[in-house]
Design a protein around this ligand. Sequence first.
Ligand SMILES: CC(C)(COP(=O)(O)OP(=O)(O)OC[C@H]1O[C@@H](n2cnc3c(N)ncnc32)[C@H](O)[C@@H]1OP(=O)(O)O)[C@@H](O)C(=O)NCCC(=O)NCCS
Length: 170
Amino acid sequence: MRVAAKKIRRPRIPGEIVIEQSRDAALLARMLGAAAMTTAGIDAPGGCFLAAFDGAEAAGVIGVETRVDAALLRSLHVREPLRRRGIGAALVAAARLAAHTRGARRLYAIARADAAGDWFLKRGFSPESAASILAAMAGTPYREYLIATCDPAGLSGFALDISRDGVIER
Ligand SMILES: CC(C)(COP(=O)(O)OP(=O)(O)OC[C@H]1O[C@@H](n2cnc3c(N)ncnc32)[C@H](O)[C@@H]1OP(=O)(O)O)[C@@H](O)C(=O)NCCC(=O)NCCS
């Protein structure tokens, strides 16, 4: 007997923020395109993207790419009218969990020096040399995009130790 797989999706309620893993390349491309952010490598195997929804409306996005025991955040964006409601922090928390699940012990972020650097520092990240992050993430799509398009001197790097995530202290 063949059993058809049935997708069960909770109804989305306006005003309620929900974060879901997304493989909807068209949606991701639309959101990143509207924010003038790169879509390079968004459909590469191994990447993981998460989208935030306010009801049915896409509110924000983040991606995470992993290599051995390191993970790099990418494509963090929250739509302007929905900012300052904790959606950015919730996206990073969800991406952190995704990175940990994929075996990462270090979570990295890279921002243009004039972008959201302080934002990562306020959320527990420490400054880390962008060059060493780029070396650690060799071969991952977003790292390759950065190497091809940016001067590493204009990038700021951030790191968070996630090696103890999920450890229960007694
Ligand atoms: C950075 C960003 C994702 C934050 O999203 P958000 O949903 O507003 O985040 P949160 O609600 O969790 O946090 C908001 C807080 O961050 C602060 N913040 C926002 N942008 C900031 C920045 N560039 N630098 C420092 N702090 C910033 C806000 O002032 C707010 O502070 P408060 O809580 O003390 O009022 C959003 O501003 C964004 O999409 N920016 C443009 C894209 C970008 O810079 N992405 C990161 C590139 S690596």
